[in-house]
Design a protein around this ligand. Structure first.
Ligand code: SAH
Ligand code: SF4
Ligand code: F3S
Length: 439
């Protein structure tokens, strides 16, 4: 009889970490670990961490502190730290928090089963290499049926070196996975029940994967995947404006499987700040790009990321960000106070913006973005949209899914809707979702 052990994984940060957490659970699954939904009673707890802002790393340390009583109750409990804090801080994590048995970076988690052998023998295990081998090739193949949506990492790492960002250091250099392997994985996901795939990369539109007939860009990959029978929807995230090539813009016009939603961060609206950030484009170039994408797909919902309080940002620079937001108009947006990250060029700069000033700017920006988001969502009322249903809602008889534009939509409907795309008329705009009626 095999003894199944309980694994609890907690994920912080971006979608790529969500994807990695799934892969780590699968890797440990082949070692007899079964995933559970709460840390209580688990034999192994793995925190998959994010290093992007200071608060993100601090969250991890407070979470680790909260695990102390669980270890006291069960001395055999193993605790591991994965992800970008693991990569950035390595052994320091074990020094600061002796509860930690294992530290594994984002590029070495295929070695987890081996590392667990050491941990189970009472040793500590640390691996934050950037190995030559492709971790995805070494991972076990999962066979379980899946929900209707899935992530698929196609590109990892980043060579852009924005002055504020840790990703090039925690995830390493930009690497694209071979196209045919991704096609195989997409077919496999569809065979297991997936109807919508979101292609992931820190810089996903820089994708350039090797294929038998040369190199495929992201547009080619999307066009080929769109031909897979049963794959109804494709999305991709996150993109950099400078890699938004013509063919990818064209795909938004002529590939019906590619959804009308695009996350295209700009970070700031002042050319001086954009330059200091090393974004390598101006505000006007970004605005022009958005016009071209909207010409290809007029109903596109645009999403973005913004940083306020970058070193050297004046009130006038900040005003330029507000102006850009007014000009572009976002359906969704994420905005952050600049956080100085050790080891990044911007952390050393003069002109760090005072905390109160940054907070006040963030509030003004968020007021504007929330207003735009509200308007975009309210605008859906009375329209007919296609919804891919994912799961039952909180109320009995309710089903929840996502529209083409990525809005959450709930309707009264049977559970057999799960995995189906149905036409829905939107009747009401709620705080974070839309209420609809099956047509
Ligand atoms: N690769 C993506 C984003 C990765 S990080 C891109 O280039 O757009 C996600 C977001 O976190 C960034 O877009 C940025 O808005 C924010 N971010 C990154 N580093 C930050 C920092 N040091 N302080 C505040 N926000 C940051
Ligand atoms: Fe970070 Fe810039 Fe790379 Fe995005 S493009 S991951 S913000 S360095
Ligand atoms: Fe965070 Fe690493 Fe993603 S720093 S945002 S988890 S790439």
């Amino acid at each position: 009889m095999t003894n199944t052990k309980k694994l609890f994984v907690k994920t912080y940060g971006c979608q790529m970490n969500v994807y990695d957490s799934e892969r780590m659970a699968e890797a440990l699954g082949s070692e007899g670990y079964e995933q559970v939904n709460s840390p209580e009673g688990a034999d192994m707890i793995l925190l998959n961490t994010c290093h992007i802002r200071e608060k993100a790393a601090e969250k991890m340390y407070s979470e680790l502190g909260r695990l102390r009583p669980l270890r006291d109750a069960n001395p055999d409990l193993k605790i591991g730290v994965a992800g970008c804090v693991a990569q950035a801080e390595g052994e320091e994590i074990m020094n600061r928090q002796p509860l930690v048995d294992l530290v594994v970076g984002p590029q070495t988690y295929h070695r987890l089963p081996k590392m667990m052998e050491a941990v189970n023998a009472g040793e500590k295990a640390l691996d934050t290499d950037f190995p030559e081998e492709d971790k995805f090739l070494k991972l076990p193949k999962a066979r379980a049926t899946r929900g209707p949506t899935a992530f698929l990492t196609v590109q990892e790492g980043c060579d852009k070196f924005c002055a504020f960002c840790v990703v090039p250091y925690t995830r390493g250099a930009e690497v694209s996975r071979p196209a045919e392997r991704l096609m195989g994985e997409a077919r496999d996901l569809v065979a297991r029940g997936v109807r919508e795939i979101t292609l992931l990369g820190q810089n996903v539109n820089a994708y350039h994967g090797a294929a038998a007939d040369g190199t495929w860009g992201l547009a080619r990959l999307i066009r080929e995947m769109a031909k897979i029978d049963g794959l109804e929807r494709l999305r991709f995230t996150t993109s950099h404006p400078n890699d938004m090539e013509d063919d990818l813009i064209a795909a938004h016009a002529d590939c019906p499987e590619l959804m009308p939603y695009l996350h295209l961060p700009v970070q700031a609206g002042s050319d001086k700040i954009l330059k200091a950030m090393n974004r390598k484009h101006t505000a006007a170039e970004y605005i022009r790009l958005i016009e071209r994408i909207r010409a290809a797909r007029p109903d596109l919902h645009l999403s973005g990321d913004f940083i306020v309080g970058f070193p050297g940002e004046t009130e006038e620079d900040f005003q330029a960000t507000l102006d850009l937001v007014e000009t572009v108009g976002y359906g969704t947006a994420y905005s952050f106070k600049y956080s100085a990250r050790p080891g990044t060029p911007a952390a050393e700069r003069k002109g760090q913006v005072a905390e109160e000033v940054a907070s006040e700017r963030l509030q003004r920006l968020q007021t504007l973005l929330t207003k735009q988001q509200r308007a975009a969502q309210d605008d859906m009322v009375g329209r007919r949209v296609k919804v891919l249903f994912e799961k039952p809602g909180r109320k009995p008889g309710q089903m929840i899914g996502k529209s083409d534009y990525l809005h959450s939509v709930h309707v009264e409907g049977p559970e057999t809707l799960r995995g189906q795309i149905a036409e829905v008329e939107i009747v009401e705009s709620m705080t974070n979702s839309l209420t609809g009626r099956l047509v």
